[in-house]
Design a protein around this ligand. Structure first.
Ligand code: PSV
Ligand code: MN
Ligand code: MN
Length: 395
């Protein structure tokens, strides 16, 4: 199959498709992180939002595919967000999605926007509105909302009343958005709440986004589902409904593991990208934000993020290799085996030589990870940065 991939017409199709792929990296992926048992400090990690942006710029310079970095507020709080955006531009990247954080305050023990106490709800909504102010300053298009809200015990609170409170908060936030801004609602099956979660699944997120209006869209975090969930079905459904706004890419074996995308199940990533390619959704005009949401607790962060970008590129290249005509013909004629073979032929193609060639053609090093190790950047930050910060906890 390598010969198919290297045929000029096929290679051109892959090249055009990949040129559209933009992967946003998360500021918190560059900072120290861990589990609830231990945060492991790594040498050279950023001490400020500016240093996280500098690291993101290195990933972009080496991959050519990661031109923006997502911020998390208050983890990336600064006095002057316009100046931070200008700094990012100087570094060669843009500030992307603003991720709100209403899950790290004692006040939020019983929830944020769904808390039974109106004072706490007001505080949470005010933070969401502040995030829109920040978007105005940074020029960000997307506000990403993930709520840790839920309950641990049956009877703890009214499931239905919490939906009412959620609706009110989303409405107030949505109404504050500018014409070109979007609200992206993320769902997660469980954790930190264990009995009910107020936005547990794509159906709940979809229903709230439908009610809000056209600028409310759903984020699929690949780690936020029950084991065995068919994520590509969700992708196809939301795309068809015009409600797929963003991905938080990562891998999971058991729960919300936040491991490198494509590490645990590259075949699942391929199946997701196949739906994206089939739906024409690589086209930036469709507005889908392809983001990483990962923590690199035990591996060196910058090369791990480069590897993750490459993993998404490889899965995308394979998806672009699917022979759409042959697939449609096999599907039409009900030839199950032939249809499946078309997908598997693409998946089993080694696209790495093709990607290396495409990188060289765009003036990049064919091996971005080797280029990073040769660059001396890791040694430099380990020398220069003393006292690196945690991604979130205590930031
Ligand atoms: C929650 O698990 C989540 O996936 C949300 O996107 C948060 O904003 C992010 O992780 C960072 O903690
Ligand atoms: Mn996420
Ligand atoms: Mn998560």
């Amino acid at each position: 199959m390598t010969s198919t991939a290297s045929r000029p017409a096929v290679a051109d199709g892959v090249k055009q498709g990949l040129a559209q792929l933009r992967i946003e990296t998360p500021s918190w992926g560059y900072a120290n992180s861990g589990t609830r048992f231990k945060v492991f400090a790594q040498p050279g990690v950023p001490r400020s939002p500016e240093e996280k942006i500098a690291d993101a710029a290195v990933v972009h310079r080496l991959t050519g595919a990661a031109p923006s970095v997502a911020l998390h507020i208050p983890w990336d709080r600064v006095d002057d967000y316009a100046a931070l955006a200008a700094y990012a531009t100087d570094q060669g990247v843009a500030l992307g999605t603003i991720n709100a954080n209403v899950f790290q305050d004692d006040d939020y023990k019983l929830g944020s926007v769904t808390n039974p106490d109106p004072r706490v709800r007001r505080k949470a909504i005010d933070h969401l509105l502040e995030c829109v102010d920040i978007m105005d300053a940074t020029g960000s298009r997307d506000l990403k909302l993930w709520f840790s809200d839920g309950t641990n015990y049956p009877g703890q609170d009214s499931i239905r009343a919490r939906q009412d409170r959620l609706t009110e908060a989303l409405r107030e936030t949505y109404d504050r958005l500018g014409e070109s801004q979007r609200l992206i609602l993320e769902y997660k099956l469980f954790e930190p709440a264990f009995y009910t979660t107020d936005v547990p699944d794509w159906g709940t997120a979809f229903a709230h986004c439908l009610e809000l209006g056209p600028r409310a869209q759903v984020c699929i975090d690949t780690g936020h589902h029950a084991p065995g969930t068919n994520i590509e079905f969700i992708v196809a459904f939301l795309l068809r409904a015009g409600k797929l706004g963003a991905f938080d890419f990562n891998s999971r074996f058991y729960a919300d593991d936040d491991l490198m995308v494509g590490a645990a199940d590259p075949f699942q990533l391929f199946r997701i990208l196949h739906e994206i390619v089939q739906g024409g959704a690589l086209d930036p005009a469709l507005g889908i934000a392809y983001m990483l949401d990962q923590c690199h607790n035990i591996e060196t962060k910058i090369p791990a993020i480069i590897r993750s970008v490459m993993n998404v590129q490889e899965a995308t290249a394979k998806a672009l290799l699917v022979d759409a005509d042959a697939l449609a013909a096999a599907q039409r004629s009900g030839d199950v085996l032939a249809a499946n073979a078309v997908l598997m032929d693409a998946y089993n193609t080694d696209v790495r030589p093709l990607l290396a060639q495409l990188r060289e053609e765009s003036g990049l090093d064919p091996d971005p990870i080797a280029a990073y190790h040769r660059s001396g950047y890791q040694q430099q930050i380990e020398r220069d940065r003393v006292g690196g910060r945690q991604a979130g906890w205590g930031a």
